[in-house]
Design a protein around this ligand. Structure first.
Ligand SMILES: [Zn+2]
Length: 372
């Protein structure tokens, strides 16, 4: 397979008859329907000149076969890279005259099956590959990966390909259905994700986390016998109405997550109590790590109310509660509604209500820090 061009030339041309059609088809199986005339290496780009093998083509509008050639032109289609080099297919396309007198298409251009599509400047296999990258990695990472393989593509193009692929149809709910919320904009907008708990596959997304949306989905997709959910009320209500026979279970992740969170908070709140225990005044790891200035650390008595941490500083919860209380009071005094404050602060409406009802920040803190 000696290159016909001189070694110093940037343009190398291979004689395809010498290359052997079977080898070419083995390397580029999607070109099997084409007659390849020439393969060139032009400045590190593989350029394949080809035309369709078929004698005629069927009209895309009426489906009638035609072999009456009206004219032709060449189009360039980008294909998957070969050995890290971009591949371009220069395809000689014939325009046929449609023989059906009742057809509105007078002439039509042929398409290479499995390779070209109308208006597309990339080959069908390349489009499929880019959409696959996009589904795994989303736009920007997919475009970067394609770049390392010698395929130039814009992230927005990858996203358009994913959108064009459409969503897989969900006929029925899986036997064990998982439901949870996810943030589209943290603290502001939430959606719902539905998961097949046996396979771990995401099967559908809902635009909000309302009970009614979940209920409507369950009604349209029957079949769930177990519904795995978080501890919030909305999904419980939706599941009761949409799949009354299904067993509802709290999923293990949420149980462990909530337990760990509360165990951490409780231990931190009662850390002061450890000092009263026999041997409790030996410095723990946190005490030795926190290098307090001597004057400040000495003489600090940790009160048992849990407002201060073990180093005598105001706990984060305390500072945050005071800040929130002041902000919500200020907004209420300015005449804002509970819902308006909830939107502005990103806090749940029930939380805002709790703050609005409390007489002071200390009242709220009393409840939060004096739990057994
Ligand atoms: Zn036609």
């Amino acid at each position: 397979m000696p290159p016909a061009g001189a070694a110093s030339s940037p343009r190398l041309v291979w004689d395809v008859s010498e290359l052997g059609e079977s080898l070419l088809t083995a390397l580029f199986p999607h070109l099997a329907g084409l007659r390849v005339h020439r393969v060139e290496d032009i400045v590190h780009t593989v350029v394949i000149s080809a035309s369709c093998r078929a004698g005629g083509a069927s009209c895309p509008r009426c489906g009638q076969e035609s072999a009456r050639v009206h004219g032709g032109y060449s189009r360039v289609i980008a294909d998957g890279a070969a050995g890290g080099r971009p591949v371009l297919i220069v395809l000689q396309v014939r325009r046929f005259r449609c023989g059906n007198p009742g057809c509105t298409a007078v002439t039509f251009a042929e398409q290479a099956a499995g390779l070209s599509e109308r208006y597309r400047r990339r080959s069908v296999p390349l489009l499929g590959m880019l959409a696959g990258f996009g589904l795994e990695l989303a736009g920007r990472a997919a475009a970067r990966l394609a770049g390392t393989l010698g395929i130039a593509v814009h992230p927005a193009t990858v996203l358009r390909l994913i959108a064009a692929a459409g969503e897989p149809e969900v006929a029925a709910a899986p036997e064990v259905l998982g439901v949870d919320d996810f943030a589209l904009a943290k603290g502001q907008v939430y959606g719902t994700v539905l998961v097949d708990m046996r396979t771990g596959d995401v099967i559908d997304l809902l635009p909000d986390r309302e009970a009614a949306s979940f209920e409507a989905w369950l009604t349209a997709h029957p079949g769930a016998t177990v519904i795995c959910r978080d501890r919030a009320g909305n999904y419980a209500e939706g599941a009761r109405a949409g799949a009354p026979d299904a067993i509802q279970v709290a999923d293990r992740w949420h149980l462990w997550h909530n337990l760990a969170e509360y165990a951490g908070k409780t231990v931190a709140a009662h850390r002061g109590c450890l000092k009263d225990q026999p041997g409790g005044d030996a410095p723990g790891p946190a005490d030795t790590l926190e290098q307090e200035p001597p004057g400040q650390a000495e003489g600090v008595q940790v009160p048992p109310d849990g407002f201060l941490d073990a180093c005598g500083r105001e706990r984060r919860l305390v500072a945050r509660t005071r800040e929130r209380y002041a902000e919500i009071r200020g907004r209420l005094d300015a005449g804002e509604s509970l819902s308006g404050i909830s939107r502005a602060t990103g806090l749940d409406r029930k939380t805002v209500q709790r703050f609005a009802r409390a007489g002071s920040a200390e009242e709220l803190l009393g409840k939060a820090t004096s739990r057994e």
